[in-house]
Write a protein that binds this ligand. Structure first.
Ligand code: PGA
Length: 251
């Protein structure tokens, strides 16, 4: 059974004090929630303070990015070794905003996935097509390439730590979510690819999240699809009321 994962991507929002307030508003909301997992991904500057705030809550900590090296002359970068010490469990890798604005390609993303797993972190590996690519019916070709290149040489052991997030670029921050059926089709495609590259057991245990304009009104439509194992939430995760409603959509 795959335990649904609800991931909050705060992106470049919230100072340390604002992050603490948001974490405070959330920390008692998920007590007793054993059938789903919640992870908060604040900016790097807030990781430590949020870690302290959620220490006894059933909430995991995630980072939004990382470098693949353990340490060294990489000015401005943060390593998996540093994240590990803060109690970070998850790390978002290959988000489309990093691909778009920071030129991250599949090869770099692949290095980050392997490194994250080697440091015991669980990557949330993001893939997704642009509007143009969908219009040209290239969705599966693009996603297939991102998945294959992103997972190149990733061992079975490492793959057990990986989560994949399908986030169509045209749905991120636009209020224009994919339909649950569109998500389902891509999720099934990804799971089959993983089945072919690895095995049934790894594919069956792999969590595939949907991301892109998820909100309290549309979350249930995605979650009732057996191919959808959780959601990656940006904008709506900055509002504690909305994020709680998303996580507890059927309560
Ligand atoms: P959104 O962002 O929920 O604001 O569309 C999702 C994401 O980028 O992870």
């Amino acid at each position: 059974m795959r335990k649904p994962l609800f991931a909050a991507n705060w992106k470049m929002n919230k100072t340390v004090s604002e992050s603490v307030l948001l974490a405070k508003a959330l920390k008692n909301e998920f007590l007793g929630l054993t059938n789903r997992e919640v992870v908060l991904c604040p900016p790097f500057t807030s990781l430590s303070a949020v870690a302290a705030e959620i220490r006894i809550a059933p909430i995991a900590l995630g980072a939004q990015n990382m470098h693949y090296e353990k340490e060294g002359a990489f000015t401005g970068e943060i390593s998996p070794f540093m994240l590990q010490e803060l109690g970070v469990k998850y790390v978002i890798v290959g988000h489309s905003e990093r691909r778009q604005h920071f030129n991250e390609g599949n090869e770099l993303i692949n290095k980050k996935i392997k490194s994250a797993a080697a440091f015991g972190l669980h990557p949330i590996f993001c893939v997704g097509e642009t509007e143009e690519e969908r219009k040209k019916k290239k969705t599966k070709a693009i996603i297939g390439k991102q998945v294959k290149e992103g997972l190149k040489g990733v061992s079975e052991f490492e793959m057990r730590k990986v989560n994949i997030a399908y986030e169509p670029v045209w749905a991120i921050g636009t209020g224009k979510n994919a339909t649950p059926e569109q998500a389902e089709e891509v999720h099934e495609f990804i799971r089959n690819l993983v089945k072919r590259s690895y095995n049934d057991e790894i594919a069956d245990n792999l969590r595939i999240l949907y991301g892109g304009s998820v909100n309290p009104e549309n979350v249930e439509g995605f979650m009732i699809k057996s191919a959808v194992d959780g959601v990656l939430v940006g904008g709506a995760s900055l509002d504690p009321k909305k994020f709680v409603k998303i996580v507890k959509y059927d309560y």
